[in-house]
Write a protein that binds this ligand. Structure first.
Ligand code: TMP
Length: 213
């Protein structure tokens, strides 16, 4: 049986983590063989890289270094965890993947979408999600809350302008690469957002495995 790779994407504060938790329960209840994971991180090495990237004391980190660290964490994640799980026929549910790098580093940091894509292609050897759920929220609804939080990490504490650029980047990417990306209206209630997500996941499961879960 073929594994299925599903990613959750969207700006900071779009509610991905809440839905990820609910999806985890849903898959467990249905006895579906899956793993839940996240980026940056997902492996021991990746979590160490995550700590370096998000540490507020690393104010001097160059945009290039940041992009390479995200790609390094992803390379490790794909080789150590994602590919082996897919080969075993599991569903892989992953919070953030390459689209985040294209939006945050490619557009937000201004490194260029193609440049960031190239370093990621090198790191992950072309693996692509079967389904990406994009959690869409108007940035004005989330930015103030996230960027002003005292405990926010290095990326969250970037100014509103940076996060507006990231949002603009995502909008550009959705037009450029619509394939396999489904837009979720994340301004709705948690239950509604969850139901929209499940609806898309069930369609992919049905198409690829012919099962209704
Ligand atoms: P998280 O808070 O969703 O776990 O992600 C940590 C931060 O890292 C978040 O602000 C988004 C950012 N990020 C990137 O800038 N590029 C990437 O490739 C990934 C995966 C995350």
């Amino acid at each position: 049986m073929k594994g299925i790779f599903i990613t959750l994407e969207g700006p900071d504060g779009s509610g991905k983590s809440t839905i990820m938790k609910k999806l985890t329960h849903y898959f467990k209840d249905k006895n579906i063989d899956f793993i839940g994971t996240r980026e940056p991180g997902g492996t021991e090495i990746g979590e160490d890289i995550r700590n370096i990237i998000l540490d507020k004391k690393n104010k001097n980190m160059a945009a290039e270094t940041e992009a390479l660290l995200y790609a390094a964490s992803r390379g490790q994640h794909v080789h150590e965890k994602i590919l082996p799980a897919l080969k075993m026929g599991k569903i892989v549910l992953c919070e953030r993947f390459i689209l985040s790098s294209l939006a945050y580093q490619g557009v937000g940091r201004g490194l260029g979408i193609e440049e960031v894509r190239m370093i990621n292609d090198f790191a992950i050897k072309g693996i692509r999600p079967d389904l990406t759920l994009f959690f869409h929220v108007d940035p004005s609804l989330t930015l103030d809350r996230k960027t002003k939080r005292n405990e926010g990490d290095r990326l969250e504490k970037e100014g509103t302008e940076f996060h507006k650029e990231v949002y603009r980047g995502y909008m550009e990417l959705l037009k450029k690469y619509p394939e396999n990306i489904k837009i979720i209206d994340a301004s709705k209630t948690i239950e509604e957002v969850f139901n929209q997500s499940i609806c898309h996941i069930e369609k992919v499961l049905k198409n690829q495995r012919g099962v209704i879960v």
